[in-house]
Design a protein around this ligand. Structure first.
Ligand SMILES: [Fe+2]
Length: 192
């Protein structure tokens, strides 16, 4: 594991380099989306691990080279796997596993919850097809049996609402200073 200050610097540098890239088809960028997600996680009283997972859940989009909207080109960038591998080298599973499962959580909710799929944004609908579509009952049961499935569902619901082009959030450093060290230690899922 990397030290807290070195990791803080790495995350700031990554967002400085890639954070201006557009988030899907929305009028906001990756940094705004990540900060909004972290702010929602904080407001919901979720653990430090989930706040940091929310902040970094789309890091996979920033560490691949497939362009800003690969789903539009019919390409599943597998950003949840890329992002989880990046996170697993730096954080405990409390952070990396919800990131790995947040796309599966969307597929779960599409299958398990009436009306959820109708709430998805245009690019989420496009990527859903590439990601395998809604889960059937057997897939839903297998998903829920995984560790961190509930946290991934919470993260997915936050992902869905962190897309306000007019929202203002506190700076990246504020979230990192407040939660990075606790997330690195492993919070055990307790509220921050
Ligand atoms: Fe997202």
């Amino acid at each position: 594991m990397i030290g807290t200050q070195a990791l803080k610097q790495e995350i700031c540098t990554l967002y400085l380099r890639e954070g201006h890239n557009g988030y899907g088809l929305y009028h906001l960028n990756q940094l705004q989306h990540g900060l909004q997600a972290a702010a929602h996680a904080q407001a919901q009283g979720l653990s430090a691990a989930l706040i940091v997972a929310a902040l970094l859940h789309d890091v996979g989009h920033m560490v691949h080279d497939l362009g800003e909207t690969p789903a539009e080109a019919g390409v599943d960038d597998r950003h949840e796997e890329v992002g989880a591998q990046w996170a697993a080298k730096r954080f405990p599973p409390d952070v990396s596993e919800p990131i790995r499962l947040h796309v599966a959580a969307k597929r779960y909710l599409c299958g398990a919850e009436d009306g959820y799929e109708a709430t998805l944004s245009k690019d989420s609908v496009i990527s859903l097809a590439l990601q395998g579509g809604a889960m059937d009952g057997k897939e839903q049961a297998a998903f829920l049996a995984q560790a961190h499935a509930r946290e991934a569902i919470a993260l997915r619901r936050i992902d869905d609402i962190a897309k306000d082009p007019h929202a203002t959030t506190r700076p990246l450093e504020v979230f990192l200073d407040a939660y990075l060290e606790q997330a690195l230690c492993g919070s055990g899922g307790e509220p921050a």
